[in-house]
Design a protein around this ligand. Structure first.
Ligand SMILES: *[C@@H]1O[C@H](CO)[C@@H](O)[C@H](O)[C@H]1NC(C)=O
Ligand SMILES: *[C@@H]1O[C@H](CO)[C@@H](O)[C@H](O)[C@H]1NC(C)=O
Ligand SMILES: CC(=O)N[C@H]1CO[C@H](CO)[C@@H](O)[C@@H]1O
Length: 278
């Protein structure tokens, strides 16, 4: 059976998953807002590989091999998005037929369907794909897409550091112009890398030894909040709670590696340990 992610791969999942946290309702005029904190990607394992900074993305806008995927709700996208970004929403690369709790609902599209979908979005095997979202309105969507694309073997896939909020704080504009899409063909995807996911049978089989981390709100964890469409209230047996927001700073960027290590230690996870997050 599958090996589960080492600590920093999963931290990446979480960081990847939930980058933005703080939203400027107004579009900021260029360069009138404060400068973001120094960005030290190399403190994270694979940080330079996984993230792209707002400055780097800005300087690459317009490059022919760049595909920007916006994971926000279509209504948020319509109000403003990064120039050239194509809206895929939260479940754009996932199976969405049926309802939460149905078998396979919300899981990654089968490989041939994913390939067609990505070709329709203009992705080739040499594209640089940048994913982002707005965490309050599209929580985790950018990271979810980046995670799925990496699982399918596309290695030139990046998550925008700090998401849409840091982009704006850095002084870069949003647009309401709908991006032109240039469909492609000939994309090659790998057989999915199964080390990226833990399925139900794996979790059940290992339930007594596994560290399971529930990253939802405290009320969802405790079963008080049943408003999110989950099939059942509460959490998986033995899961520990660490809310996704607690890994982020108020400016939507990840906390430092040292702070994250300390938070993980509080739930009994040390660097190098395996765990499953949901
Ligand atoms: C393109 O496909 C090849 C072969 O499958 C793979 O080795 C390479 O990493 C892919 N490139 C990107 C950018 O995903
Ligand atoms: C699957 O992903 C893991 C974690 O990123 C990596 O170590 C491993 O080499 C990958 N396996 C394949 C077959 O690409
Ligand atoms: C869009 C733009 O011109 N942004 C600039 C804002 O200011 C910083 C530093 O002062 C520049 O690096 C950006 O290019």
């Amino acid at each position: 059976m599958k090996q589960i992610k080492p600590l920093f791969t999963v931290i990446a999942a979480v960081a990847i998953g939930f980058t933005i946290f703080f939203v400027n309702k107004e579009k900021s005029p260029e360069n009138t807002t404060r400068q973001p904190a120094t960005i030290a990607l190399s403190q994270f394992i694979k940080g330079d590989d996984i993230f792209i900074t707002p400055d780097e993305l800005y300087h690459r806008l317009g490059e022919s091999n760049l595909v920007i995927l916006d994971g926000n709700h279509p209504k948020v996208y319509a109000k403003g998005h990064i120039p050239g970004a194509i809206n895929i929403g939260f479940k754009g690369l996932s199976r969405s037929a049926g309802k939460p709790g149905d078998p396979e609902w919300g899981t990654i599209l089968p490989r041939q369907e994913l390939r067609k979908k990505l070709e329709s979005l203009g992705v080739t095997n040499t594209s640089l794909v940048v994913c982002y979202s707005d965490t309050f309105k599209g929580p985790g969507a950018g990271g979810r897409a980046a995670w799925q694309l990496r699982m399918a073997g596309l290695d030139n896939v990046k998550l925008l550091y700090g998401g849409m909020a840091l982009w704006q704080q850095a002084g870069y504009k949003l647009t309401t112009a709908i991006a032109e899409v240039h469909p492609t063909s000939g994309l090659r995807l790998q057989t999915y890398n199964e080390s990226y996911r833990a399925d139900q049978s794996f979790v059940l089989k290992n339930i007594d030894s596994l560290v399971l981390v529930d990253v939802r709100s405290r009320d969802e964890f405790s079963g008080v909040d049943t408003s999110r469409g989950e099939a059942r209230a509460g959490h998986i047996q033995n899961a520990v709670w660490l809310e996704w927001k607690s890994l982020l700073r108020p400016d939507s960027t990840p906390k430092s590696a040292q702070e994250i290590i300390a938070l993980m230690a509080d739930i009994g996870v040390r660097p190098g340990d395996d765990f499953v997050v949901y």
